[in-house]
Design a binder for this molecule. Sequence first.
Ligand code: 2P0
Length: 335
Amino acid sequence: MYSKEQIIAQILTGKPNGVQLEKGAVYAPANIALCKYWGKRDSILNLPMTSSLSISLAQKGSHFAFEVVDEKTDCLNLNGQSIDAQHDFYQRLFSFISLFRHNGEPRLNIAITSTIPIAAGLASSASGFASVVKGLNELYGWQLSCSELSLLARLGSGSACRSLWDGFVEWQHGSRDDGMDSIGIPLEYKWPQLRIGLLLASSDKKSISSREAMAITKQSSSLYHLWPEQVATDLAMIKSALAEKDFIALGHASERNAIAMHATMLKAKPAISYSNAKTAAWVQQVWQLRVDNMPIYFTQDAGPNLKLLFLEDSTDDILQLFPEVEIIQPFLIEA
Ligand code: 2P0
């Protein structure tokens, strides 16, 4: 077993030590997994049991601004609100940052602005930690590649290793104990017609963190032994659907993968369910629409919100059928 500090020392060998830049701002997109990460083989380094594949959400993500200050403590502002040092998020963020700090380094003012609801199962920890490592890369002048930053981001939160790129990203599970081969790989497929519809069932903090839920699922679900094979099948189907631009195959495999993840959680002891009444009603609506020949699928993460998958042609119908939907164009990248 390796510690985070050992891995960081390995990645930062020969890089500058100490603060190089007083002030900066970076951005990282959120990502939605079409093939999910659920379960770790190493919970210190966030090494996954299986590979996963995501689509980044373009302008939906985390802006991270830092400033070196002459103060005794670090300050954190989240979405315009000052966050107390006792707060879970403050502690998680600064214990991560402290992995990179040397004694006597100046304190920081950090402002994170998330364009998606925090802790509502919309992958905000992914864009959050990806933006943090991009910010540290500027602060310390490391000049690391996106792949190296992906390794560092994973140490903060597993899914963050997929948020260093736009578009489709595969997180390869790797087999090394030090995790140096467990990394995000950007895929070259482009699909400008692809749309993601965000349906917010609740923006409350989730009842159980995904970190805890995946540990309980892996340890106690009688279905978990089937998960690696399910992922292998779905991942292969999703990659071939991307290569052939076969939306029906993509939708089927993505939805099946999400359902399998939630079914596996339901068999955990105690059972874990992230859905609420709205989620269930939307799922039924999507299934009925498919019976009526509409090409629409869903995926769901560790929260009650649903993400619709559809193509540009269906936009008007979707807006009419789901008036509360927020539509994302993953390939609309602002200059
Ligand atoms: C994913 N999720 O692939 C899956 C699907 C949620 C459901 O990755 O413990 O916050 O920080 O590695 O990355 C959410 O888990 O967990 C997640 P940690 P993370 O997007």
